[in-house]
Design a protein around this ligand. Structure first.
Ligand SMILES: [Zn+2]
Length: 265
């Protein structure tokens, strides 16, 4: 997420792969069940939680038509940064914006199936749209009264490195002092949950954790926030998985395990 990488897009038609809606089944009519005889918690382990998912970037951030909008800036408590960036891509040109959007949509469906309320900072992935700006994404968690803001990204790291890591806020007085400790704790639990589920811990970030004071999405958040770089798009082996539905589902499954570990569900 840290590098501006020019992404050449042939057209806006990369937005495909529409997810099938969750299967709907007619509920068989059954006699009333005595209260207490059904363990609803195990069926809906995430009931009562609101999760805000922030799929990083937007496909149209690479559209020159939005250059001025993306160049707008805001102070984030540490430094002044721009509205948003293009994000990275695989060497074959599969954009981070598209990858994290697909993973996030699968993640949303699965979290909802397990009882969570899920809100997304963006519900489109289009070459004809930009943003939203990172400060709006940061504020989104509080806006929807979320228990967690999970920002989903993929890294453009060294080609030899692979695996996931998190970026969590440090203490920035007046900005993150209310959420830094809890966000860092949640980051640790997310890492443990994802690793236990089989995700590859980053081979190039010590402890799979960066505590940064200058990430706008993190600094603008007023609810616990974790940015996760789910993998390295510049690693050939990882990129091969990222472009497939099977691979995208695996990344979503690892994030589910991480979220459940955060809330000890
Ligand atoms: Zn990113």
């Amino acid at each position: 997420m840290r590098f501006l990488v020019p992404v050449s897009i042939v057209s806006g038609s990369l937005l495909v792969g529409l997810l099938a809606a969750a299967p709907t089944q007619a509920e068989p009519i059954e006699p009333p069940v005595a209260v207490g005889s059904v363990d609803t918690r195990s069926a809906k382990p995430l009931a009562g939680l609101t999760i805000a998912i922030d799929p990083g970037h937007q496909l149209g951030n690479s559209n020159p038509a939005f250059r001025d909008q993306l160049a707008r800036t805001k102070f984030n408590g540490t430094i002044t940064k721009s509205c948003n960036t293009t994000g990275t891509a695989t060497n074959s040109g599969f954009p981070e914006a598209t990858f994290v959007f697909k993973v996030s949509r699968t993640l949303k469906n699965r979290l909802e199936r397990q009882g969570a309320t899920v809100k997304m900072t963006r519900t489109t992935n289009s070459y004809d749209r930009y943003g939203p700006c990172v400060w709006k994404r940061g504020k989104f968690g509080a806006k929807v009264d979320a228990d967690l803001l999970l920002s989903v990204h993929a890294d453009g790291g060294p080609a030899s490195g692979r695996g996931f890591f998190v970026i969590v806020p440090g203490v920035v007085a007046g900005w993150t002092d209310d959420i830094a400790a809890k966000s860092q704790r949640y980051g640790k639990r997310l890492i443990a949950g994802m690793a236990a589920a089989g995700a590859t811990p980053s081979t190039y970030i010590n402890g799979q954790t960066l505590i940064w004071n200058d990430v706008t999405t993190l600094n603008f958040s007023d609810v616990p926030v974790v940015l996760v770089e789910v993998g390295n798009m510049r690693n050939a082996a990882e990129a091969r998985d990222m472009v497939t539905r099977k691979g995208q589902r695996a990344y979503a499954a690892w994030l589910i395990a991480g979220v459940k570990a955060i809330f000890r569900r």
